[in-house]
Design a protein around this ligand. Structure first.
Ligand code: FES
Length: 218
């Protein structure tokens, strides 16, 4: 190899890696300012961690034959836990109430005759009660209900009272279905919203809870 050929070879041997490095660096810089969107936004986000909760029986229909019949139950909602157990179950108390016909506007769907709520007070998380007695509601929860009387939900901690015959505007989702109002209007006390709702099916004479509205207190 003569002197000129050797020089040319050495020049190429040092220049090619420098150009290659510059191209790679430029590519990274351009990608930073214009990231690839192949697959759309969904491709950039991991799916949410979910742990399915099987449908659970809240009540037999035979237990709720009379207007204002009420039954309490526990729904176990699973969530992901990053431990060897993988999931954990939260026990959520609830009420299912048989509404009287006069408070059901669309009678074509049998589900409309039942009101199902979490018993966890949306104020600060106490467990609220079903109060079917007007004097008890007045003396124990400081709310003198109008006549004719019907039962209310009422919380012993800070005396929030919820009216199951009236709705209150609030938006959310449960089981993937959007809603824009809920039964259980706050008529007294500091609660900021009606009780959380649950989704359910009616099968083989049973009410099956399929999911519950998420979120904490407040
Ligand atoms: S926790 Fe129920 S009113 Fe405060």
């Amino acid at each position: 190899m003569n002197e000129n050929t050797r020089r040319t070879f050495l020049k190429a041997a040092t220049t090619i890696p420098i150009i290659g490095g510059a191209v790679l660096a430029m590519h990274s810089i351009l990608r930073y300012f214009k990231p690839t969107m192949a697959g759309g936004l969904d491709s950039m986000m991991a799916p949410p961690d979910t742990a399915p909760s099987p449908p659970q029986v809240a009540a037999e229909l035979s237990e709720l034959m009379t207007p204002w019949a009420c039954k309490d139950f526990i729904y176990v909602r699973n969530s992901v836990e990053y431990s060897s157990r993988k999931t954990q179950g939260a026990k959520i108390p609830g009420f299912v109430v048989r509404l009287p016909d006069e408070f059901v506007t669309d009678k074509s769907d049998p589900k409309n005759f039942y009101l199902i709520v979490q018993r966890i007070c949306p104020h600060l998380g106490c467990t609220f009660n079903w109060v079917p007695d007007r004097d008890n509601l007045h003396g124990g929860y400081n709310y003198l209900a109008p006549l004719p009387f019907h039962p209310y939900f009422a919380c012993p901690c800070h005396l929030s009272v919820y009216d199951p015959t009236h709705t209150q505007a609030i938006s959310g989702t449960v089981d993937g279905h959007a809603f824009d109002k809920l039964r259980g209007k706050v008529v007294s006390g500091p609660a900021p919203r009606p009780p959380r709702t649950m989704s359910f099916d009616i099968k083989d004479g049973k009410i099956l809870i399929t999911d519950t509205e998420g979120g904490g207190v407040g």
